[in-house]
Design a protein around this ligand. Structure first.
Ligand code: FAD
Length: 520
């Protein structure tokens, strides 16, 4: 393989192609790939940038595998070379180049998206629990649509946006408003097929090759490439009552959010929250709260004492078409009636379950029209312990980002007990912690220096956390030096290194994470 693609190591694409003297088809044939390979400038067009839009890196080639054998072939070819690396690319929705491979091979997982789709039932639990086997390269939105339309079933734990791949989110955690109950997506898979950094194709689970299973979950692509995942399912509800209620005081917002996520018996099915600007700014303020275009936010309902930012608790309650309106209303009131939000600042609609889960698709369509889907996204995602979230609110929400970030500022609680600490994900120490997501959208024609200032502000927030001893971890972490990675993993660093030694000893995989350097 290397003999054929080595010419592309040359910096100049034209020169490289000339030296190779072969079409990509020819190269792929010579490589014995069942799939295809794209080289030179076309490869950079496919895999040289990501959703973050702040990193541009030229890969050597993009491999479009047919299945695990092609992926193993690419890894083994890299092993035989003295500098090639391999990055799986899910849907390239990383922010900081995590799915890139400078001068390396990028495995475009979309070519494998349709390889698996099979629903079954777990043996050993009375046969009751359904699962679906899906490809690592499958988009969650397609998993959702097929599971619901063909089987009336659905995965239990989601991300907000579903244009992400199964392998991409499982390599991080996969968090949304269901995670308080079911844990992140990494807590909702029971078996994986993985191509390791040794080029082995391995099936793993809690009981079979368990070290690999737990390494890969939340493993930032460092230990293997997920080609199949067995995802737990539940009966899909028909409808969701989607509710937003507004708070002026952070402590009341957090008290109610924590109460909802800690209910053992009956609670809502989805809990999220966000901070917004107390003003009429269409992107950052009151207009972002109503869930239906016909609803208006009435600011006269706010007390005089309200501050520069406000808080919105977002809830979802599942029900079936056969449930009567009054039954649903009663369930809602039983839960909502106990909450201390501002009177008159409650918004709600009923919508089909699939539409609810695809709600961010509408935001994507709007952002595509106004150009902010393509502009840079200097996002910051953190987990902050309950112990420190009030301090975080005082300094970050109420001061540093009090004018908004041009997009959602999410904050909602999660329970440590739902996360499996055998996986590679690291979270804060506390039993309850908050996910904080500053999802910055940048208008077209924004100067590079303004984007740079946003990145600097993200760094300042992280620095503030470090200086003040905040119990926090970056989610979708991004660091440039190994020292920072060591601090990130804390007492889990040695386990992470041991796992790397076991499953990717030469450090071939996911070089864009910048955790390890490939050894010759
Ligand atoms: P990529 O960006 O392509 O890859 C991410 C990393 O995983 C890379 O290191 C890559 O090498 C590795 N990788 C990719 N595929 C595989 C595989 N099959 N096997 C092993 N490693 C692999 N996250 C949440 O948790 N909750 C959210 O609600 C949420 N919403 C988002 C909304 C938007 C609009 C965006 C852009 C991101 C959001 N994310 C969210 C973050 C998202 O989960 C991660 O960025 C995820 O990695 C993106 O998936 P992807 O398929 O694009 O992965």
């Amino acid at each position: 393989m290397i003999a054929y693609i080595e010419p592309y190591f040359l910096d100049n694409d034209a020169e490289a192609s000339a030296v190779a003297g072969k079409s990509s088809d020819g190269v792929s044939e010579s490589l014995n790939l069942q799939g295809t390979i794209v080289c030179g400038g076309d490869a950079a067009d496919i895999a040289g940038k990501d959703f973050g839009g702040m990193n541009f890196v030229k890969p050597l080639a993009v491999v479009r595998p047919v299945g695990p054998a092609d992926i193993a072939g690419a890894v083994k070819a890299a092993l035989r070379s003295d500098k090639l690396t391999v990055a799986a690319r899910g849907n390239g929705h990383s922010i900081n180049g995590q799915a890139m491979a400078k001068g390396g091979l990028v495995v475009d997982m979309s070519s494998t998206a349709e390889n698996h789709f099979e629903v079954g039932f777990l043996s050993g639990d009375g046969g009751g629990t359904a699962f679906v086997d899906v490809s690592g390269g499958a988009l969650w939105e397609n998993v959702l649509k097929r599971c619901v339309s063909e089987y009336g079933l659905a995965p239990r734990s989601w991300t907000d946006y579903l244009g992400l791949t199964v392998g991409g989110t499982l390599s991080n955690a996969g968090v949304s408003g269901q995670a308080f109950r079911y844990g992140p997506q990494t807590s909702n898979v029971t078996e994986l097929d993985v191509v390791t950094g040794n080029g082995d194709v391995v099936t793993c689970s809690e009981v079979e090759n368990s070290e690999l299973f737990f390494s890969v979950l939340g493993g930032l692509g460092q230990f293997g490439i997920i080609t199949r995942a067995r995802v737990l399912l539940q009966p899909a509800p028909d409808m969701v009552r989607w509710i937003r209620v507004v708070y002026t005081e952070f402590d009341e917002f957090t008290r109610d959010a924590e109460w909802l996520v800690s209910q053992k018996d009956e609670s809502v099915d989805y809990v999220e929250g966000f901070v917004f600007v107390n003003g009429d700014d269409p992107v950052n303020g009151w207009p972002t709260v109503p869930v239906h275009p016909d609803h208006d936010f009435d600011p006269t309902r706010l007390p005089q004492s309200s501050g520069s930012v406000l808080y919105c608790l977002e809830l979802g309650l599942h029900y079936r078409n056969s449930d009567s309106n009054s039954t649903v209303d009663k369930r809602v009131e039983r839960l909502i009636g106990r909450l201390g939000f501002e009177d008159g600042l409650r918004f709600e609609i009923d919508l089909p379950y699939v539409d609810f889960l695809l709600r961010v698709k509408r935001a994507e369509d709007i952002a595509k029209v106004n150009g902010t889907w393509e502009t840079p996204h200097p996002w910051l995602n953190l987990f902050v312990s309950k112990r420190d979230i009030a301090d975080f609110d005082r300094t970050v929400f109420k001061e540093l980002v009090k004018n908004g970030v041009g997009g959602p500022m999410l904050v909602y609680p999660l329970l440590r007990s739902r996360w499996d600490d055998r996986t590679s994900v690291v979270i804060p120490e506390g039993d309850v912690f908050y996910i904080v997501a500053l999802l910055r959208f940048v208008p077209r024609c924004t100067k590079a220096s303004s984007v740079e200032r946003m990145v600097i502000q993200n760094q300042e927030i992280v620095q503030w956390c470090v200086k003040n001893g905040i119990d926090y971890k970056l989610y979708l972490p991004h660091y440039k030096s190994q020292e920072e990675w060591i601090r990130h993993f804390g007492n889990r660093w040695s386990r992470f290194v041991d796992r790397k030694t076991m499953f990717d000893p030469v450090a071939i995989l996911s070089p864009g994470q910048k955790i390890f350097n490939r050894s010759p």
